[in-house]
Design a protein around this ligand. Structure first.
Ligand code: PAZ
Length: 360
């Protein structure tokens, strides 16, 4: 099928929000964010918005097919835990069903939690129990209650994850929001950013989600499933507006903003990250390449400018415009105590955020 779509246009953030539909759940989502931020303000906490996971771009209104962006949500979920550990309150805005703080340790693909559970050996064998109570939550009252325990080797780790998880719940410092499409992501980002502006410099943005650069405006979407059988499919997509621009200049100019740049060609990391800083004027761009992202990243930020008055001859030598700060860990981590690069990234960012608040 040939489905050549016409009339592509360039969307500014303003024209995007004027023409693309607001998600039905937005008002309720933002009410929850508003209340969360009020509580954190009263507790005098810094709040970080962590975005995580990939966005989709539907190709049909009744969606069967969509374009997706690569991201498991590991960076975001792991980073959120380190922010929480450091005393930050976290708004975790993630792609539905991607990894989440704490539960990520027992992801069904890499580390299924059922592998760490065992049934009390004094009871009948598991096959007997299964036959007696298949998937039942209500065993017969006369039957002995099966005792499920965690394997000895996993107890220490589970305990520390569980304690951190319970503490966060008790303190109510984690607020979850989810999106699927790039449209939901953009509407949420704008609304959450505006809510966070009351925090002034105490607001941090950690934009780790992998956001599509292209989308199909609602007005050009086919209502029903695109039919095959008529040859090639050709779709012209529009560019997603550069959302960092209004975030930095309008929605929360006081916020400490950290964006990510993902490349597959490592030589592009530094120039592309510098280009993003130049264009948007925010605080940090973290460059990472697809294959080494778990072991090596580079933080690019505007260079601190020397004051000419402090120079002996009152003249400044030409200064670099950007600082580069590499963070690396050994890729061969011991399985019992693996170091996570996010720990070092978050420590560095918190140091810089503190300086940013103090320099106000
Ligand atoms: O979620 P994950 O751990 O699999 O991947 C993280 C990442 C590579 C998506 C993230 O670090 C990142 O670079 N996000 C921004 C991607 C972008 O340039 O749009």
């Amino acid at each position: 099928m040939s489905d050549t779509t016409n009339e592509s246009q360039t969307f500014s953030a303003e024209s995007y929000f004027a023409t693309q539909p607001q998600p039905p759940s937005l008002a309720a989502d933002i009410q929850g964010v508003h209340e969360f931020i009020q509580r954190q303000r009263q507790a005098n906490r810094c709040v970080v918005l962590v975005t995580s996971g990939g966005t989709t771009v539907p190709l049909e209104l009744n969606v069967v097919r969509f374009l997706d962006n690569f991201s498991a949500g590991t960076r975001g979920a792991t980073s959120a835990e380190y922010f929480l550990k450091a005393g930050y309150a976290v708004i975790f805005m993630h792609r539905q069903f991607s990894l989440q703080p704490f539960s990520r340790h027992y992801s069904h693909t890499t580390n299924p939690f059922l592998n760490f559970l065992e049934v009390d050996a004094s009871l009948p064998s598991s096959s007997t129990i299964d036959t007696a109570y298949p998937y039942s939550y209500d065993p017969a009252p006369t039957a002995p209650t099966p005792q499920v325990t965690v394997t000895l080797a996993e107890r220490a780790r589970l305990l520390s994850v569980l304690r951190a998880y319970k503490a966060v719940h008790e303190q109510e410092t984690l607020h979850m929001l989810s999106f699927v499409t790039v449209n939901e992501y953009l509407w949420l980002l704008r609304a959450v950013s505006r809510e966070m502006s009351v925090l002034g410099r105490k607001a941090m943005y950690y934009l780790a989600a992998a956001v599509s650069d292209f989308f199909l405006p609602q007005q050009r979407l086919s209502e029903h499933k695109i039919q095959s059988g008529k040859g090639n499919l050709s779709i012209e997509m529009d560019q997603v507006p550069k959302i960092l621009k209004p975030l930095v200049s309008e929605w929360n100019p006081e916020g400490f903003i950290v964006s990510f740049k993902l490349e597959t060609d490592e030589t592009l990391l530094v120039p592309k990250a510098q280009q993003a800083l130049e264009r948007y004027g925010h605080q940090v761009v973290i460059g990472n390449d697809l294959h080494h992202r778990k072991y090596r990243v580079v933080l690019i930020s505007p260079a601190a400018q020397e004051d000419a008055a402090n120079q002996p001859n009152g003249v400044l030598a030409s200064q670099p415009k950007y600082d580069k700060f590499w963070i690396e860990i050994d890729p061969n981590q011991p399985p019992s105590h693996p170091k996570e690069i996010e720990e070092d990234i978050i420590n560095e960012l918190i140091k810089r955020h503190k300086a940013w608040i103090e320099s106000a």
